[in-house]
Design a protein around this ligand. Structure first.
Ligand code: ATP
Length: 597
């Protein structure tokens, strides 16, 4: 084997993949990763990390290998000398193109006797070239790059290369499992994971975090700062049922802000350049030329990172429109037309960096003061209104005002709170209109299974199995079967979108005793409302957490019409939140009983 520079045989990764595929136990997954990381030369740890997640770069860069199935089939055929038709047939039979490649290469005609050992850098660089090759005549280049790689690979290696190339590696390594493994491999102490997590939350780049800890240890992580251009994982809010609970929790004084119902944006301004990231940290700059223009005109600092809510407004009345309109605009119209028909306004609510100064460690009151200095208020650019609150009555009145103005409720903030990237805590607490009625808050659930429709719904799914996310075990736990609230158009659309996510069996990351007709890769997130959270012998969400031999489910669940494209499955409602909702509801019932006694 000849390797120039730091490198490692690709077979080391394949060995790890093999273990990961055969287990669903988180401990075993972590062990496999730790042993792989320990073998990896420091200089290529980032490449190993990305490849492990089936990627080449952090998500926010938006670069995918993006090989289509057709091209992959041609490459397999070329590398093996076996007819494409036969490859296709095998693919149909096995349901996985990677396995088809493996099998075909086992029988390959053109055995290259002197095949060298494939290395990680070769695989990475070739896939990277493929990702970057586009435009006229690029198809042939991509084809020859991929088939060249396959010619030199062993059958099992080919399986994973193909899956990576077509974007279906799916080993189920969540970021947090990888962080655990990095902590153990490079600091020999799992408790350092908190430092790793902090760094990750500030830059959203697992490869960068890995290279930093591998080269400079925990010290390197502590020196981590926010940087313009690298998205920060958003701070999230907890919920409490009433204004008095919130005030108590926040020590008697807090700031209540209008809670707008739009799309969260993280705006990075670097001189004249503006980049916008979504809540999921995808670059959405090109989807919102109007937001870019608004940001250019309204941010006075040279470099800054701000957060705002972009809200659709009625072009005639100027009234705020609900979130659906904004998503609708993303899908239905061309961008130019959309900007005319449904203009947006930006309501800024946080400042994370200004002229190089990391503001995430600064308390809320300071950040807000600076925010007001940085934002130039205009017709469509405002700072979210806020009020200092010390009594439940004032909060309730302010809530009424917010709702009148077209908001969902209030976002109440701890005056001394720093910006806790990527974490959900009580420094921000949301209070919504729904909490005051019988209903629970809305839940964002992951579609993990489907049930064939009947009658009018023949040919599409008539109901779905939905799940919450269990952060501790990194799995999705079934919580409800939902068939209400879907329009015919919704069902058509879901059927189409889920096609690509169908699995031959239940994903190892899904926990459910209920059997769906069809299982999906947990990916699509939908919003559901229900009348209450109930105990359930069938659904496994929060199993045993509230009562022995019982999980939690939803009563009268209904799809609200919102697809949460802005949330990844790991950002769905968590098991912990569901348990909290159940407890909150019990408390409310007790209070009503007391007050009517
Ligand atoms: P979460 O973001 O908490 O997972 P979610 O996306 O379903 O949940 P909500 O629970 O309704 O949204 O509330 C949080 C969201 O509210 C934020 O992510 C942000 O987009 C939005 N928001 C609107 N106004 C504000 C504000 N003034 N301060 C902070 N966030 C705000």
């Amino acid at each position: 084997m000849t390797m120039s520079g730091a490198d490692m045989p690709y077979s080391e990764m394949v060995e790890c993949y093999r273990i990961m595929e055969s287990t669903t136990k988180r401990g075993e997954l972590t062990d496999a990763l730790v042993s792989l990381f320990r073998k990896t030369p420091i200089d290529i740890i980032d490449k190993v990390i990305y490849l492990n997640q089936g990627k080449l770069y952090p998500d926010y860069m938006g670069i995918e290998v993006g090989v289509g199935e057709k091209l992959a089939i041609r490459a397999i055929s070329q590398a093996s000398g076996i007819d494409s038709k036969k490859v296709e047939e095998l693919y149909r039979r096995l349901g996985d193109l990677g396995s088809a490649a493996e099998e075909v290469l086992r029988e390959r005609v053109q055995t290259s006797l002197f095949s060298k050992q494939l290395t990680v850098v070769q695989v990475y660089d070739t896939l990277d070239k493929i990702a970057r090759t586009s435009g006229e005549g690029s198809l042939d280049t991509r084809l020859s790059l991929l088939s060249g790689l396959l010619v030199n690979s062993k059958p099992e290696e080919a399986k994973y290369i193909i899956r990576t190339a077509i974007g279906k590696l799916r080993l189920g390594v969540a970021d947090y499992t990888a962080l655990d493994a990095l902590a153990i491999a490079f600091t020999r102490d799992k408790s350092n994971r908190a430092e790793l997590e902090r760094a990750y939350n500030l830059c959203s780049d697992l490869g960068l975090v890995a290279s930093t800890v591998a080269a400079r240890g925990v010290g390197g992580l502590r020196a981590f700062k926010v940087e313009v251009g690298k998205p920060i994982r958003p701070m999230l809010a907890e919920r409490l049922p009433s204004s008095s609970d919130i005030i108590k929790k926040l020590g008697g004084r807090c700031s209540a802000e209008y809670k707008f119902d739009g799309e969260r944006m993280q705006i990075h301004k670097n001189g004249r350049q503006v980049v916008i990231f979504s809540r999921r940290l995808e670059r959405i700059t090109n989807n919102y030329p109007d937001a870019v223009r608004l940001a250019e005109d309204s941010i006075s600092a040279e470099t800054a990172i701000l957060e705002c809510e972009a809200v659709a407004v009625d072009s005639e009345t100027g009234d705020l429109l609900p979130f659906q309109q904004l998503m609708h605009r993303r899908r239905k119209y061309g961008i130019e037309e959309a900007m005319q028909t449904i203009p947006i306004s930006l309501f800024f609510f946080d400042l994370l960096m200004v002229n190089g100064k990391d503001m995430t460690r600064v308390r809320y009151t300071e950040r807000r003061k600076e925010l007001q200095k940085v934002v130039i208020v205009g017709e469509h650019t405002k700072v979210a209104p806020a009020k200092l609150i010390t009594s439940p009555r004032t909060m309730d009145r302010y809530m009424e005002e917010a709702i009148q103005a077209g908001c969902e409720g209030l976002m109440v903030k701890d005056l001394k709170g720093t910006y806790q990237a990527g974490s959900r805590g009580f420094l921000w607490i949301k209070l919504k209109r729904e909490y005051r009625s019988e209903l629970t808050d809305t839940l964002d659930l992951v579609v993990v299974g489907g049930f064939h429709g009947r009658g009018r719904r023949t040919g599409v799914y008539g109901a779905f199995l939905l799940a919450v996310y269990n952060e501790d075990d990194d799995v999705f736990e079934s919580v409800s079967k939902v068939g209400t609230g879907f329009s015919d158009a919704d069902l058509e659309r879901f059927h189409k979108e889920l096609k690509d996510l169908v699995l031959p069996q239940r994903s190892p990351r899904v926990k459910s005793t209920m059997k769906a007709d069809v299982w999906f890769v947990p990916k699509l997130v939908v919003e559901v409302i229900a009348s209450e959270v109930t105990l359930s012998p069938i659904h496994v969400a929060g199993w045993g957490k509230v009562r022995k031999n019982s999980g939690l489910a939803l009563r009268f669940p209904k799809f609200t019409g919102k697809v949460r494209d802005d949330k990844s499955p790991e950002e769905a409602t968590t098991t912990k939140e569901l348990v909290e909702m159940y407890r909150m509801q019990l408390k409310k019932v007790e209070e009503t009983r007391e007050s009517s006694a």
